[in-house]
Design a protein around this ligand. Sequence first.
Ligand SMILES: Nc1ncnc2c1ncn2[C@@H]1O[C@H](COP(=O)(O)OP(=O)(O)O)[C@@H](O)[C@H]1O
Ligand SMILES: [Mg+2]
Length: 581
Amino acid sequence: MSPMKWFYDHLKKYRLPMAFGLLLTTLLSFLAIVNPIISGKIVDDVIKGEQKDLLPYLLLIILGVTITRGLLRYFSQVIYEKCSQGVLYTMRDTVYRKLLQEDFAFYNKNRTGDLMSRQTGDMDAIRHFVAYVIYTIYENFLLLLFAIIMMFTVNVKLAIAMILVLPFTAAATMKQSKEVKPAFGRIRQQFSVLNTAVQENISGNRVVKAFAKEDFEIEKFNKENDAYKEAELDASKIWRRYVPVFEFLSSVLTVILLLYGGYLVISGEMSLGNLVTINGYLWMLTNPLRMAGWWVNDVQRFITSVEKIHATYSAEPDVKKPTRAIEKKQLDGTVEFRNVSYQADDEDIIQNISFKVEKGQTVGIIGSTGSGKSTIMNLLCRFYDVTEGEVLVDGINVKELDLYDLRANIGMAMQDVFLFSDTIEGNIAYGKPDCPFQSVQTAAIMADANHFIKGMPDGYDTIVGERGVGLSGGQKQRISLARALLKDPSILILDDTTSAVDMETETYIQTQLSRIEKECTKFIIAYRISSIKDADLILVLDRGRIIEQGTHEQLVKNNGYYATVFQHQYGALETITEREV
Ligand SMILES: Nc1ncnc2c1ncn2[C@@H]1O[C@H](COP(=O)(O)OP(=O)(O)O)[C@@H](O)[C@H]1O
Ligand SMILES: [Mg+2]
């Protein structure tokens, strides 16, 4: 679908009110020709013709037309405003839904600042177009047309003399809009850069502070701010250059009107009233031409905004919902990876991974940073799709399962904990908003979070700031664990979830996890052997491959990487205990 067709699909719903609005605008423009005619009549018939009794009627007409025009303006404006807000509402809604459907790859590629500008600045350009640009261009086109027609009906010679000036105005307008276009392009581009700079600095302000880089950031920002100011000034310079040109051309029109029109009046070819009438049409002639440069720019801006929004959201997510999904609301939780490989940007992230877990079993995954542990879990949840091989849950390829059913059955505490600015209760109950408080608390108890939550000023009603500001790393991890547990999932994934809690807490959590009543397959990613040594299957990863797999005993016997890490960690632990003794 082309961007414009996409836009029209949103406007379509409002085409009737829009058409009605344009009808009002047509009337409005048409009425603009009345008052100059009446003014001419006042001069010819009332002042020169001395038909004084006509005056009240003529004034009444002027008053009537003015009031009607005012009313038409009011109602048409209301209509355009309503339509534009309506279009904006549905468009924002579609875009937002699409935004939520996009996969991880989309968010890796797109910058938050850019996505925000799509939803704000670009949306506003579209609103401006529907609310203002459409009718303004239409109205001014009619005004120009009516003014020319009326001038010809009044006096052909004078009309021709005046119209001779129009090509010059049109040429100036065209030249101006050509110059203005790149200048405005630069403004928008620079504005986007400025936005991104602000956005990154706000979300990254802790890092900025920690590294005492405020001065550096201020300088960086000032550079962009300066560039933005320059871009705005450049555009206004163009405007400044053209204002005198347009003023001059308008004056030329007035001069022609007075000199040539005056001559025609004196020579008796035209009445004084006619001169007044044509004078009344002058603004209808000059205004559209003078402003056209701006509207060309507005239209341009609208088109780019629609194209940008459409381009950002027309890309279908790589992870697609199956056309005919196998319905399985409740999964058992057996998981199998068959020769799974995953490549991103032509780089092998994981290669040839195969393993099988029965329901209720626990899998431990260990390996150095960047070895692909999180990726394996992302493939299981279909945050990415495998490039080769198959991921099976309950013996079904995950690509054939309904995407939401699959994810509804998985409880995941991600490595990078994200908390919403909401209460702690709201954060834990995120997956099950209607569940009773008792369940929230039970989940928190299992995650060893109940204790510290109760110690907070408002307990479970404490609002955690953006991204959980005010909580320690370990506290955030435990809330995220409670959130995953509350889902009562068939597959539970703990990605580095206990890395920031002490050993004692970890042991407590492990005991709790082993008490989960429902048979739940668990994946535990950890650096500490203690976190995974009781697992039914341990996978040791290195550079995207499984280098060892088996139970703790088997792996220790194996005397490979795992055994080394084990000796390292437990050896260290023994030394500490010895020293303490
Ligand atoms: N979608 C992706 N695009 C590009 N690189 C990726 C993608 N997913 C993972 N990687 C890269 O693959 C490697 C493994 O990542 P990850 O699974 O997060 O490692 P781990 O969890 O073991 O620390 C990292 O180098 C990471 O940058
Ligand atoms: Mg990871």
